[in-house]
Design a protein. Structure first.
Length: 360
């Protein structure tokens, strides 16, 4: 049996071991690691770094000092939760138990009450574990080893929240929803206007999306408020891979009341380091997508029927372009997952986990 020890803190040695581990777990072609992002977190110069405090942990084998599992612990002021993210590990219960034992000890010392994860420092970066359908992936989907949720559960975590994604087949002319059709007519008759952003208007539209999205997402697990400037910094690069014709913004009286943001499915091409070959494939897909990922959808609570109207526009667009879609990462129980359910062809599930910290 291997012997392990846990290193923590933000020394150059810990950073080096932390960044090294994913390269040992994944092949160069499948490695999802965004090393630039991880370095910015570790070095404290990420756009959100001023909002939280972090501490990296790495479990190494005593025999050779090689990294075996890792995580970053994140604290927020006025929050009793500790967020555990950037988790990677070989499949070994003992190593993971050592990791979480040290994390829990650190959390207790700082008066925290609960461990929550996986959450990579922020709701706005990445969170959740995938728990089924590992044979395929899509752009924006969490990527993790199949055994990760079990490792956490063996360390005492329990599922706190469920999420799902649905693949949507290419709609047929016969696929109709009278309710959604009526809702689209209703909102158009009542002064709503649908527009697409352009490369020139994108950042201005982001400001409007920010105001609405912050309100709509504020009750989501792990949510933390960020400033408009931070939001724009995080989401400006998205315009490089969006198809603006598949971004729907619903305005009434010059106020944004709803949005749907789709992008072509680039599968795993946007993960990890972008090589020239990856870039070529990304541009090829962007020119003629076969599938779109519905990443974000939201409607102001006062805009009756707008959700169904946007779902009708989505269905019509998928039919027009003869593309399938992926309704991505819906929190279980949200109504947005129930429009045009007859188009669903499969279901992928994800979880967020939590563990109460026992008093000494």
């Amino acid at each position: 049996m291997c012997q392990y020890k846990c290193l923590s803190g933000n020394s150059k040695q810990v950073q080096k071991l932390f960044l090294k581990l994913p390269k040992k777990l994944y092949s160069s072609r499948s490695n999802p690691q965004d090393e630039k992002l991880e370095k910015s977190i570790l070095q404290g110069n990420h756009p959100l770094s001023s909002d939280f405090t972090i501490k990296p942990f790495v479990v190494v084998r005593e025999e050779d000092g090689q990294p075996f599992c890792r995580a970053i612990v994140t604290f927020y002021e006025m929050d009793d939760n500790v967020y555990v993210g950037f988790f990677e590990s070989f499949n070994d219960d003992n190593a993971v138990k050592i990791l979480f034992s040290k994390i829990e000890e650190y959390a207790k010392e700082n008066g925290k009450k609960r461990l929550v994860g996986p959450l990579d420092c922020s709701f706005w970066i990445n969170y959740r574990f995938k728990i089924n359908s590992f044979e395929k992936t899509y752009t924006g989907e969490p990527i993790n080893k199949e055994y990760y949720p079990k490792l956490w559960e063996k360390a005492g975590f329990k599922v706190s929240d469920y999420y799902y994604s649905n693949s949507i087949r290419v709609p047929l002319a016969s696929d109709t929803s009278e309710k959604c059709k009526k809702r689209l007519k209703y909102v158009l008759d009542n002064g709503y206007v649908f527009v697409h952003p352009t490369a020139e208007t994108y950042n201005k539209e982001l400001e409007a999306i920010y105001e609405l999205l912050i309100k709509l997402y504020s009750t989501f697990p792990g949510f933390k408020y960020i400033t408009k400037a931070q939001f724009i910094t995080l989401f400006t690069p998205l315009k490089l891979i969006l198809d603006f014709n598949m971004v729907e913004l619903a305005y009434k009286n010059n106020k944004l009341c709803g949005f749907m943001i789709c992008l072509p499915n680039y599968y795993g091409l946007t993960n990890g380091k972008i090589t020239l070959m990856k870039l070529y494939k990304i541009l090829k897909i962007k020119k003629k997508p076969k599938e779109y990922v519905i990443l974000y959808m939201g409607v102001d609570k006062d805009s009756l029927g707008l959700g169904g109207a946007i779902a009708e526009i989505l269905k019509n667009n998928l039919y027009k372009y003869q593309c399938g879609g992926i309704r991505a990462l819906v929190h279980s129980g949200k109504v947005t997952g129930h429009y045009y359910e007859q188009l669903n062809v499969d279901n992928v599930e994800y979880v967020l986990l939590a563990k109460d910290i026992k008093e000494p």
